[in-house]
Design a binder for this molecule. Structure first.
Ligand SMILES: Cc1cc2nc3c(=O)[nH]c(=O)nc-3n(C[C@H](O)[C@H](O)[C@H](O)COP(=O)(O)OP(=O)(O)OC[C@H]3O[C@@H](n4cnc5c(N)ncnc54)[C@H](O)[C@@H]3O)c2cc1C
Length: 803
């Protein structure tokens, strides 16, 4: 064993082995993997081995496509069979909602280059004669689906990695991970210690325990999961080719041929978390006792839909644990607040996802950033609030919802109120309907009172539509108040604060008492932030940005601090606050502060420390509504007092609460994009239009890539569209078509209430980005005429905001 390696990977399941393979393949051969037992000694060995591409997130779907497409090559590289049956597979819809869902998936597949098509019930019967087609409305066919041998795949990754020069050791449990002052690690096994620059926790079922070795608590939970294998089925014995794989969403079952029988997997209606307190170290190649009563109801449904199963004897019943994360997606990447510590954990569909996880993690380690945006898998989307208990609650919820439809207007109910502001009860009493982001409750919209605060899940406009309309009206015509606790606030103080921000941010760093808008770029010129930089004093700065991305941005800032003399902190939890927007906002503000808030006294993009509503505050003049607006940040203990002051002062000014849905509607008619949706690392400054805020006269991270792009022919552009719809709007990820061909996709949208128009933002080829270009947008399988608009439909000159 070498005494020093660049990377030590802990865990020889499919995920760890894929990472080892990809690191070696991309040029880092001095990497080693430690496995406490034999390879595949966790959940990997007892997986059902079914593979499919569909996932809730388009980039995860893309990576699933990558994973599946890799299998043949992996077999050749390793010389080890992966047992691939490329049978193709279908997703079955037994009701209209699921049919609509599949139409949306097919729309995504169009721009992801995946080859999914609807097939008729007659074709289902021909492809899979064991299914009763009468039970279904439709089926979406994907030629990539099928199954593999889980152990074969894991060994193939490991062997291919070894051929490329990396190494792995079995029966080598990691018992300690100790960090040196320089950030490197001593990784201890019973055979001694090895020094590594980076470590990767790929501990699967034991990821929590591996995390504890370094003081890391992961919000993961292993869940029990059942599948059964039948005896030989005569219709299969008589066939000369393999049956395709299938997923029946409403039935919560998946199935495929296994030998001459069938395999049927079941997501139980009530999840059973396994080993909540921790995975036993001596657990290995055992299985759990099957719990027939947990699966009886869904089994019966499976028997109805695939009648041959009911007649076949059951040869084997598997109950095995595998790990889920709070939102069902993997948690990968460098852990914020830790140096050189990476995770690849919570991978619940390892045989669909491990290839993509390995690819992204290896690119991230070697090149500093993955090729595509991995936000949906980034460990930084969770923070301290994601406690182990919360992890168990959310993971259980996700397990149960694995094949349940989540509508765009739905907010899963469990694990709520993890973080609240002082106004939670007060706003609830006024009819707030809540959503949550980064564990914090934020009002989505306001009903007429608590009894009225509900809506039904739907793909179409919900009953919230009219309520949001009146909030928008209040903001456009009078004044609205909204919580801004969910925005991120990052502070930078000290001698080098300006120098640091000048380097890290692509835009201009403002002078004292001013705010500027700025993109933040990666070295490859991809967007990594869309932020407001505020200068509160000579060496005192604050950055406001996406609350969801606060840990991702913290990780980015901290990784660049080394040679600068300044202190940095993520102060998002230290400041809550309220936003005021509307033509009466100034009048209201003037009543609760002694400051001069006239247009001369407090200009657009000014900031100051002062007192508002009798409490200490940071007062800014900013607006995401396109209206005259102010953001007032206060410590959490002042939130209630500030709100009371605003409510008392605004009574005769038409003051109304407004929520996130109204805010997202208001920004549409201003053509403004939002972080995680329209702005994200899949796109660059030039493509997104954020190059308008770049200061080309200074040096900054990503400048050479951004310059090269600016000087070349543009490829794609972010555009705003109006869409002619009836009672439906886009959510996101819908295909944009021109002359029947998919040319781009929607990144966000909805109904712009003030101008009374369904709208969307999305990326299209630059040649199609001109105002007036006619395109079509596919929503729930229907094509709707759409038109690209250049100017915002509301106040294109920005006079309201600046006036
Ligand atoms: C019943 C069942 C059916 C499934 N069906 C499918 C399916 O059809 N398709 C699909 O894609 N996925 C399926 N899965 C999920 C799939 O099995 C997992 O996503 C996958 O196995 C996760 O792999 P992993 O490498 O993250 O974890 P694991 O397989 O758990 O691997 C972790 C490894 O780390 C090792 N380790 C732990 N601690 C240490 C330490 N301190 N030192 C050294 N080594 C350590 C363990 O011994 C283990 O080998 C199924 C799972 C189950 C249980």
């Amino acid at each position: 064993m070498e005494s020093h390696e660049r990377v030590v990977i802990i865990g020889g399941g499919v995920v760890g082995c894929s990472i080892l393979f990809h690191l070696a393949r991309f040029g880092w051969q001095d990497c080693v993997l430690f496995e406490r037992n034999e390879l595949t000694s966790g959940s990997s060995w007892h997986a059902a081995g079914q593979i499919h591409t569909i996932s809730s997130d388009p980039n995860i779907s893309r990576l699933q496509g990558y994973t599946i497409n890799l299998y043949k090559e992996l077999e050749e590289l390793s010389g080890h069979s992966v047992g691939l049956h490329a049978t193709g597979g279908f997703y079955l819809a037994s009701n209209q909602d699921w049919y609509d869902y599949l139409k949306r998936e097919r729309s995504k597949a169009r721009y992801m280059g995946l080859d999914q098509e609807f097939i008729s019930l007659k074709e289902i019967a021909e492809l899979h004669p064991l299914i009763d087609p009468q039970r279904y409305l439709a089926a979406l066919w994907d030629p990539l689906d099928g199954d593999i041998d889980p152990s074969g795949v894991t060994y193939a990754y490991a062997k291919a990695a070894k051929k490329l020069g990396a190494s792995y050791h079995t029966h080598a449990a990691v018992i300690e991970t100790n960090q040196r002052p320089d950030g490197s690690w001593d990784v201890v096994t019973a055979d001694g210690s090895i020094h590594a620059e980076h470590i990767v926790n790929a501990g699967g079922l034991w990821a929590r325990e591996v995390g504890h070795l370094s003081g890391l608590n992961l919000p993961l939970q292993p869940m029990e999961h059942h599948y059964l294998i039948t005896e030989a089925i005569p219709q299969i014995v008589e066939r000369d080719r393999q049956l395709p794989a299938g997923i029946d969403y409403e039935g919560n079952i998946y199935f495929r041929q296994e030998g001459q029988g069938m395999l049927l997997g079941i997501y139980e209606p009530v999840a059973t978390p396994w080993s909540v307190a921790g995975t036993p170290q001596d657990f290995g190649h055992e299985l759990l006792e099957p719990q027939l009563d947990h699966i009886a109801e869904r089994l019966e449904l499976g028997f109805e839909r695939i009648p041959a199963l009911a007649e076949a004897g059951i040869k084997d019943m598997i109950n095995g644990p595998f790990t889920f994360g709070p939102d069902g997606n993997p948690m990968i990447g460098p852990v914020p607040g830790m140096r050189n510590y990476w995770t690849a954990v919570g991978v619940m569909a390892g045989f669909c996802q491990a290839g993509g996880v390995g690819k992204c993690l290896a690119e991230w380690m070697i090149e500093g950033e993955p090729e595509i945006d991995v936000w949906a898998m980034d460990i930084a989307r969770f923070g301290d609030y994601a406690s182990p208990d919360w992890g168990t609650i959310k993971s259980s919820e996700n397990y149960e919802r694995r094949f349940l439809l989540t509508f765009p207007n739905e907010t899963p109910p469990r694990g709520r109120c993890q973080r609240t502001t002082a106004l939670y009860d007060r706003l609830t009493a006024q009819g707030a309907v809540w959503g949550d982001g980064f564990g914090l409750e934020a009002a989505l919209w306001f009903a007429d009172g608590p009894e009225d605060a509900h809506e039904e899940p739907t793909f179409r406009r919900s009953r919230a539509h009219d309520y949001v309309a009146r909030e928008v009206k209040a903001v456009r015509e009078a004044v609205g108040v909204t919580e801004i606790a969910n925005f991120a606030k990052h502070s930078f103080r000290g001698k080098d604060a300006r120098k640091f921000l000048d380097r890290v941010m692509a835009g201009r760093v403002p002078q004292p008492d001013r705010i500027s808008l700025s993109p933040m770029l990666t070295p490859k010129g991809k967007l990594y932030g869309d932020l407001s930089i505020a200068c509160l004093g000579h060496d005192d700065f604050m950055i406001f940005g996406s609350g969801a991305a606060q840990e991702m941005h913290r990780r980015w800032f901290e990784s660049k601090l080394d040679s600068y003399d300044l202190s940095y902190a993520n102060e998002s939890q230290r400041y809550h606050g309220l936003g005021l927007s509307g033509p009466n906002a100034r009048e209201l503000l003037a009543r609760i502060t002694r400051d001069d808030v006239s247009n001369e006294g407090l200009k657009f993009r000014d900031i100051r420390r002062t007192f508002v509503g009798s409490v200490p505050a940071i007062l800014t003049r900013l607006s995401f509504s396109g209206e005259l607006g102010y953001e007032i940040y206060v410590a959490p203990e002042y939130q209630l007092k500030l709100y009371q002051s605003i409510v008392a002062a605004g009574a005769d000014l038409g003051l109304k609460n407004y929520g996130l849905r109204a805010l997202m509607s208001l920004r549409l008619e201003k053509n403004w994009g939002a972080w995680t949706l329209d702005f994200r690392p899949d796109f660059s400054a030039v493509q997104s239009g954020l190059d308008a805020f770049v200061d080309w006269d200074k040096e900054f991270i990503g400048k050479s890539a951004a310059l090269a792009e600016r000087d070349a022919e543009p490829t794609i552009k972010l555009v705003t569209m109006t869409i002619d719809t009836d009672d439906i709007d886009v959510s996101n990820d819908e295909a944009i078509l021109k002359d029947g061909a998919c040319v781009g996709y929607v990144t966000s949208g909805g109904f712009a209430h003030h101008v009374g128009q369904s709208m969307a933002l999305g990326y299209v080829p630059a040649a199609l980005a001109a105002a007036g270009t006619e395109v079509e947008v596919e929503i729930n399988g229907e094509m709707y005429p759409a038109r690209i608009v250049a100017e915002p439909l509301y106040d294109p000159g920005g006079e309201k905001m600046r006036g």
